[in-house]
Design a protein around this ligand. Structure first.
Ligand code: C2G
Length: 168
């Protein structure tokens, strides 16, 4: 929504200001790229069922570690292998993740062993998980990318939500 031009300044004048600002910002980006800066790519994995603020906080902090965030989302079949039955289907969980501003790409997680291949395939710099996974992927990803475990958001989980809903 363009703001109204200040009194005395024509719309044309305001558009010129906006255009100029846009041109500067584009040129700025181009200059930044020409300086050889490269995008830092981050990856994380999960089921992301019954999306809640603990998930969002993980995704926000993961994205803050780079410029591009890939979320590898557990398929319904992979979840069965984890002993989990998600309330929402893979497609429903994927659509919700894709609506989150921190998320740039959502792809399926089909096996425990795909992480090294994913890191290579998506040219990943940083692998991120909540600290309930601390140490679990260091060996598998050793030498491939930086591995970061972030503190979980306490007191909220999909299981907690399910339990609470049954009580009420
Ligand atoms: N998480 C968090 N805080 C919470 C709940 C979850 O930071 N209160 C984080 C988890 O640590 C994980 C991510 O959010 O990094 C997704 O959590 P889940 O959907 O529970 O994923 P999980 O079942 O841990 O699957 O290959 C790895 C697995 O796919 C991880």
């Amino acid at each position: 929504m363009l703001s109204r031009p200040p009194p005395g300044r024509t719309v044309r004048g305001s558009c010129e200001i906006i255009t100029a600002a846009f041109r500067v910002s584009v040129r700025g980006c181009a200059d930044l790229t020409s300086l050889g800066t490269t995008m830092k790519r981050v990856i994380t994995y999960g089921t992301y069922d019954l999306l809640h603020y603990g998930h969002i906080e993980l995704l926000r902090r993961a994205k803050a570690l780079g410029d591009y965030l890939v979320v590898v989302l557990s398929s319904d079949e992979f979840n069965a292998g984890k002993g989990k039955k998600a309330y929402f289907s893979y497609e429903e969980r994927k659509a919700m993740l894709e609506a989150i501003r921190y998320v740039d790409l959502v792809v399926p997680e089909l096996t425990w062993d795909q992480k090294p291949e994913d890191v290579r395939k998506y040219d990943i710099d940083v692998f991120v998980m909540g600290d309930d996974w601390t140490g679990r992927f260091d060996e598998q990803l050793s030498g491939l990318c930086k591995v970061v475990y972030l503190p979980r958001t306490p007191e909220i989980s999909t299981t907690q939500i399910k339990n609470d809903m049954q009580v009420k």
